[in-house]
Design a protein around this ligand. Structure first.
Ligand SMILES: Cc1cc2nc3c(=O)[nH]c(=O)nc-3n(C[C@H](O)[C@H](O)[C@H](O)COP(=O)(O)O)c2cc1C
Length: 357
C-alpha cells in the first residue's frame, strides 16, 4: 500500500510523490519552427508549482515530418534545446522530475509535414493513401533521430525521456501486426516487432548514461494484454526503467472494468501491467482518474506505482494539491473537447465555468 505523498525511486532518481502529469500535447502553442514558447513554459511551471511529482512533457517530434501538425513542438535540431531548457529549469525549481515524450507519427503523418512512412505499406487513414514501407537503412536512420533527440533532451536538462509507444504512432505501428507486415528482423515475432523501440532504448542508454531515466508509454493491449506484456518485457530487457500504460491499435479481447467503478477499462490495463511487473520496475496507469478518491483507491490498494493524470491537471493545475492536501479543485467534465481541438487548456469548459462562477 502506498500514499500519494510517498516518494518513489525511478532508476536512480527519487520522485517526491506518486502523481505524474501525463503527456498532453498543445496543438496551438508552437510555431512552424517547432520551438518551445512562453506558453509552454508557463503551462508546465504551473503544474510543477502545484505539486506534480513527475511531469512527462508532451509528444515531441523527432523530425519535422513526424509532427502532428505544423504547430507541434519538436526536438529535431539543436536550436530547439534552449526552449526545453527553460521548461526543465522552471519545473526543477519546484522539485518535479522531468521527462519528455519523443514521437514520430509514422503512417499517420500529416501530409503538410511529411510523407506517411512506417513498417509496411498499409492504409494511412488519409483517402487513397498507402504508407511507404521503410527500408532497413531508413529504420536505422529513424532510430537515430530518436537517439539524437534524447541527447538534446539530456542537454536541455530533462531527467529522462519517454518513447511514445502507444496510440497508434510509429513505435506502436511496429508492434501491431495490423500495421507491421514485415518478414525481416523488424517483423514477425514479438521480439522482432519490439526491436525498433528496444534498439532505440539501448542506443539512448549508451549515449545518455546509466542514470538517465528511460520510459516507454506502451500499448497495454496489442492485440491482447498478454502479448502487450511480452512486448513490454522486451523494452525492460533493453533498459526501460518506467512503464506508463495506455492503449494501442488493435483490441482482440474485452478489457476489464473494476466492478465497483473505481477505475475504467483503460486504466485497468495499467493495473494488470503493475501486477505483472510488481517489484521489478514502476508502472503507471492512466485514464479517467479525475478525483482524489480514485487516486487514493489505486495507490492504497497497491494497484499501481504512480498515477498518471491527463485531463485532471489540464482542467485544474492544482489537482495534485486536492489529492495531497484536500484543497478544492475544478473537476474535469470528461468532455472530448481538449482531445480534438486547439485551445487547450485555456478553453477547458470546466475551467471557464469555474472562472465565471
Ligand atoms: C489534449 C490532450 C493531449 C494529449 N496528448 C498526448 C500526448 O502528447 N502523448 C500521449 O501519450 N498521450 C496524449 N494524450 C492522452 C493522455 O496522456 C491520456 O492518456 C488521456 O487523456 C487519458 O487520461 P485522462 O483521462 O487522465 O485525461 C492527450 C490527451 C489530451 C486530452
Amino acid at each position: 500500500m502506498s500514499k500519494a505523498s510517498d516518494p518513489i525511486q525511478i532508476n536512480h532518481t527519487v520522485v517526491k510523490n506518486r502523481l505524474t502529469m501525463a503527456p498532453t500535447v498543445k496543438f496551438d502553442y508552437a510555431g512552424p519552427d517547432g520551438k518551445v514558447t512562453e506558453k509552454h513554459i508557463a503551462h508546465y511551471r504551473k503544474r510543477a508549482a502545484h505539486g506534480c511529482g513527475l511531469i512527462c512533457v508532451e509528444a515531441t517530434a523527432v523530425t519535422p515530418g513526424g509532427r502532428f501538425a505544423k504547430n507541434h513542438m519538436g526536438l529535431w535540431e539543436d536550436a530547439q534545446i534552449d526552449g526545453h531548457k527553460a521548461i526543465t529549469e522552471a519545473c526543477h525549481e519546484y522539485g518535479s522530475v522531468l521527462l519528455i515524450q519523443l514521437n514520430h507519427t509514422g503512417i499517420t503523418a500529416n501530409p503538410e509535414c511529411g510523407p506517411a512512412i512506417g513498417p509496411s505499406a498499409v492504409e494511412t487513414g488519409y483517402p487513397n493513401t498507402l504508407s511507404q514501407a521503410m527500408s532497413i537503412d531508413e529504420i536505422h536512420e529513424m532510430q537515430d533521430h530518436f537517439v539524437q533527440a534524447a541527447i538534446r533532451a539530456k542537454k536541455a536538462g530533462y531527467d529522462g525521456v519517454q518513447l511514445h509507444g502507444c496510440h497508434g504512432y510509429l513505435i506502436n505501428q511496429f508492434i501491431s501486426k495490423k500495421t507491421n507486415l514485415r518478414t525481416d528482423a523488424y517483423g514477425g515475432s514479438d521480439a522482432n516487432r519490439a526491436r525498433f523501440g528496444a534498439e532505440i532504448l539501448q542506443a539512448i542508454r549508451q549515449e545518455c548514461g546509466r542514470d538517465f531515466i528511460l520510459s516507454v508509454r506502451t500499448a497495454g493491449i496489442e492485440p491482447d494484454v498478454a502479448t502487450a506484456i511480452r512486448i513490454a518485457e522486451e523494452y525492460v530487457k533493453a533498459g526501460c526503467d518506467y512503464l506508463q500504460v495506455s492503449t494501442g491499435i488493435e483490441w482482440e479481447e474485452p478489457t476489464v472494468q473494476d466492478e465497483e467503478g473505481h477505475y475504467n477499462k483503460f486504466c485497468s490495463l495499467g493495473v494488470r501491467f503493475h501486477e505483472h511487473f510488481k517489484g521489478r520496475i514502476p508502472v503507471s496507469c492512466v485514464n479517467g482518474i479525475n478525483t482524489p478518491e480514485q487516486v487514493q483507491y489505486l495507490l492504497e490498494n497497491d494497484l499501481t506505482d504512480t498515477v498518471d493524470l491527463g485531463r485532471a491537471v489540464l482542467a485544474d493545475p492544482a489537482f495534485c494539491e486536492a489529492v495531497l492536501n484536500g484543497a478544492l479543485f475544478v473537476k474535469c467534465l470528461d468532455c472530448p473537447r481538449c482531445q480534438y481541438g486547439p485551445g487547450m487548456p485555456h478553453k477547458c469548459p470546466a475551467k471557464l465555468k469555474m472562472e465565471k462562477e
